[in-house]
Design a protein around this ligand. Sequence first.
Ligand code: AMP
Ligand code: TRP
Length: 336
Amino acid sequence: MSEQQETVRRKRALSCIQPTGTPTLGNYLGALRNWVALQDEMDGCFAVADLHSITVRQDPQKLRQQIKEMFAILIAIGLDPEKNIIFVQSQVPQHAELAWLLACNTQFGELSRMTQFKDKSQKHADNINLGLFAYPTLMAADILLYQPDYVPVGADQKQHCELARDIASRFNNLYGNTFVVPEPYIMKAGARVRSLQDPTRKMSKSDENQNACVSILDDKDTIVRKFKRAVTDSEACVRYADGKDGINNLMEIYAAVTGKSYDEIEREFDGRGYGDFKLAVGEAVAAELAPLQERFASLMKDKAYLEEMMKKGASTASYVAARTLSKAKKKMGFVL
Ligand code: AMP
Ligand code: TRP
């Protein structure tokens, strides 16, 4: 192979998370943990999607703090800021600008079909704003600016990723090749962690029932207590089966954290009650989260380091984003 052929472009991954509170175990297993796993094989871009978070009303004081905390969490989970571009979305102005260009290439009908829009407009009926509707075009801009091959997300974001692919393909067909058409990257284990209190719904940061949701910064006692109170069924048999949503969810979590298969888990808890099982799940989750909690605590004490990393991330991200944005504007006929 010639030297030129050998310098094949490394694969790229991009994903973002909204700073709307401490991430849940669902965010961690469905997304964050996979980002860390990918960083050795791919060039990663990971961002705090603060512009997305204002589609729902936020308290400015709280938002500012949550942006900083989420940035620290990205480093605390093990993403290396020297190897990846880690940044805050609103500090890279190209996102909002490309979002407008893409909005003019996205159909009303496509956006109306998004289940997250339908859910959120029901939940926030007093504030069904244009941004909430256009949310997926901003997400498409986040993605397409960095020309990634993969977008590692939880299963709930698959629909938005598919729309980003459709927008990219349409743009490429209309104006000539501009964007890489990325693939959603959804790991099976942990892709859809459910509420501990209502296992038919996804575990969500905004759940009002504190027992429904494990935060990645919860201490061990809290985690164990929440799992102890998790809703199960009356069969008293740890097995994965239709109609056992509560136990299925706990088995999925346990499998995702320990790497064990469902068969192995069924054998491990054969003849033992749900109490034992719930305790084991709680302890395994607490052990998995302990190291990142320690790193988070020390990072939050080092304001100067966080600020420096934020600046560096925004500057590298802008450099990459500006190139793609110029290309898109030129193709559309703007005068640069
Ligand atoms: P968000 O909190 O909505 O910004 O989501 C950040 C990431 O976490 C996205 O990749 C989501 O798909 C993922 N995610 C959110 N909730 C869950 C869940 N309950 N199970 C698995 N992944 C999730
Ligand atoms: N919409 C995503 C969520 O709620 C967050 C997000 C914003 C995102 N921009 C993105 C995810 C780009 C992947 C790629 O989870």
